[in-house]
Structures are given as structure tokens and as C-alpha cells.
Design a protein around this ligand. Sequence first.
Ligand code: NAD
Length: 431
Amino acid sequence: MITTNTPAMTPHLTTLYDSEVFRMACRQYDLAANVIHVPIELHDRTKFPKRCLTVTFPVKFDSGEVIMFEGYRVQHHLSMGPTKGGVRFHPGVTIGEVAALAMWMSWKCALVGLPYGGAKGGVAVDPAKLSAAEMENLSRRYMQEMIPFVGPNIDVMAPDMGTNEQVMAWMMDTYSIQVGNSVPAIVTGKPLAVGGSEGRREATGRGVAYLVCRQLEDLGISFSDTTVAIQGFGNVGSEAALALAGYGARIIAISDITGGWHNPRGLDLDSALAHVRVHRTLAGWAGGDPITNEALLELACTVLVPAALERVITPANAARLRCRILAEAANGPTTNEADLVLAGRGDIEVIPDILCNSGGVIVSYFEWVQDLQSLFWTRDEVLAKLYAILDRARLAVESQRRKFGVSRRLAALTLGIGRVVEAKQSRGLFP
Ligand code: NAD
């Protein structure tokens, strides 16, 4: 049970988003705010989301049936620029989850020095059950409903779980048709042909791998001695796997929503990717021994990479993890209580989510800047700038950790939250 000294001054503010994952994000905030003594009058203003939009909308299915969906967008704060964040299509999406993800985006953007507040959007839908036409109808209609709430200088969307480059292209097209000219800066993570950036598709996974690389160096572990287990084999998980394998690590387990595969001698990633391209999931791949998602987390390995959902590292399995590094590619994979267990153990280096997966929003920021200027960079320029920002953020986190004697997660959160507080203090009451 986590208690803090700074309960909400206005507890009723939490009811709209109330959910396990939102409470988890709030508890993280409270702990960090305590460390840096966020002034009491700024406490709730910094913590709670500024505004949200909920929409219901019809989508026509291939069968002719019209089905109603609910969609959300939460903009966490407006104090440092437009808001920025992904759109998630997943059956478990709720407004509480979207609000928590928007909060984490705020701290992440501030931590790595981007001029954004955090946002997130989502629709409760299983994209695996939609045809391409149904996916297009859903994506376009969601963006259509969001038009009064977003804009290239207001709120910029990006891919998250269940959405991809193609979805971003449909959303960009829907917005552009509405305003009458091409507006590539309305979304990031687009295909190159419509204003996407070199390096964006692999940015999150590559960023994860780069930070793991730096952490292994600190621990004096070579890549030839490194084994990796990855939960989630979508954009982030598969790109992290490829990048880590490129550095020389052995990927011994991967999984997706259908289950996982384990081979201590190393998995054939090209074959797994080819299977997913055709069948959409790893089901039926048989590239190793089957393993459940739960068992994968407890495999003996050097690096464990949760790259799917929130709250998969719990107090129950935290005590049983057998990794040296926990690289949080997913947002919010570790519960507050599991954090306490890991801190008690002291033998696992956690690269916290808001640092670990920040490569995605960093290159999204590059894409937005390139779109606004209509001036595009090479892949080498993008990656060099990405690694420079990750190095700066990593060193800042290590120094904050030493300064306050806190975990790497709290160090990262305090840096992000502190910068948002500073912006609010500088601007005054309005934003
Ligand atoms: P994705 O949709 O491309 O892939 C998600 C993967 O997780 C799929 O393999 C899916 O089958 C699997 N999955 C879904 N539910 C699961 C479950 N219950 N158990 C096990 N696996 C499950 O999504 P993504 O873009 O790779 O996002 C993955 C995570 O990374 C999310 O937490 C997301 O918020 C985070 N993230 C993504 C980006 C980005 O640029 N896409 C950036 C930062 C953080």
C-alpha cells in the first residue's frame, strides 16, 4: 500500500478518470512531487489533465451493419506548447487509461526537452477483428470527430498500440480534406510519402536498444553475453528486438497477444517478422517452444523488455523476475507496488518508461519540425540527434538520482514534473 503526504487538494477531480491505471499514474506523481516539494497550490494543477473529449460515432462494417464506438482524447497540460501523444486502438481502452497515458506523455516530453504537453487518444476496439476497409472507416471517423479539438499547433497525434503508419495517413488525409490543404504536421508517424520522417518507424525500439546498450556498458556486460526476452512483438517490441540483435544480443523469447515463443539458443527474427506480416500475429509461427506471456516475464535473461500493456509487472511476479535490466518499452508496465518490490531487491536496473520509450516522441518531434519547415533530414541526421537527446536525458536522470537518492523512475519523473511546474510558475494561472 502506497501512502503519500500530498493527497489531492480536490479529490473530486479524480472521479472522471478513476481506474487502476490512472490511480497508479497519480501515485507516481505524488511520490515525485514529494521529492521535489511541488508547491501545494501547483500540486493538483500539475497533476490532473487539463481537458478531454469523448465522442461516440458510427462505423459502417463490410457486412453493411453500422456499429457505434466511443473514442477519447485527453490533453494533459497546455503550458509548454501543443499537446502530443499517440492514439490507441485496443479492446481495453478506457478514458482513465488514456488520461494516465497522457500524464506520462507530459513528464516524458518535459524530461527529454520537447516543447509539448502530453496527450493521448483511443478507441475501445480490437483492430485484429477489423478488415482494412473497416479500419479505414474507424480511423477516418475518429479523426473527423476530433477535428474541433486538435491541430498542428494544438494537439498532434501519433501511432500507439493498434495504430500504425497507414492509420496516420488516413487521419492526416481526413484532417487535410476538412481544411482544404495538406497538413502533414497534424499527425506524426506517417509514411515517408506524405511527410513522415526517416527513422520514425523504428525510433521507439531503437531508442530502447540504445539505452539498454548504455546500461550494459555501465554494468560491464558485453552484448555477446546478453540474452533478451520481449513481451509484445508489435512496432516497438519488434524494432527493439532487431536493434538489440544488431548490437549482438541473443533474443531468446518474444510474444504477442496470442502467446509467446522461447528458444535459449536465439530466435530467428526475420522469420517471425515474415510470419507476422502475413498472419498479423505470432500464432502458428512455431519458431521455438511455446511460452505464456506470464512465464516469459519470469525467464532468466539479461534484459527483460515489456513492450505491450500496462501493469504486467506486479508485486507477485516482481519477486520472481530473473533479469538484470528491466527496459520499460511499454508505458506503465510496472505497478507502484511492484516498484517497491524491485527497490527492495536492488539487483535489477530499471530503465523507466518515460525515458526508455522516449525515442518515439523525440523522432515524432523531429517529424513535426520537418513538416512545419517542409525541409527533410537524412536518416543519419535523425538518428544522431535522437541519440544525443537520449544521452543528455540519461545523464540528467543519473545525476538527479544521485542528488535525491531516489530510484531511476523517481529521478526521471521529478525532472519531467519539475519542468512542467516551472513552466506553470513562469506563465501564471491561465494555462
Ligand atoms: P503495436 O500495436 O504495434 O504492438 C503491440 C503488441 O503487443 C502486439 O504484438 C500485440 O499483439 C501485443 N499485445 C497486445 N495485448 C497484449 C497482451 N495482453 N499480452 C501480450 N501482448 C499483447 O503497439 P506498439 O506501438 O508497439 O506499442 C507497444 C507499447 O509501447 C505500448 O505500451 C505503447 O504505449 C508503447 N509505446 C509506443 C510508442 C510508438 O512509437 N509506437 C512510443 C512509446 C511507447
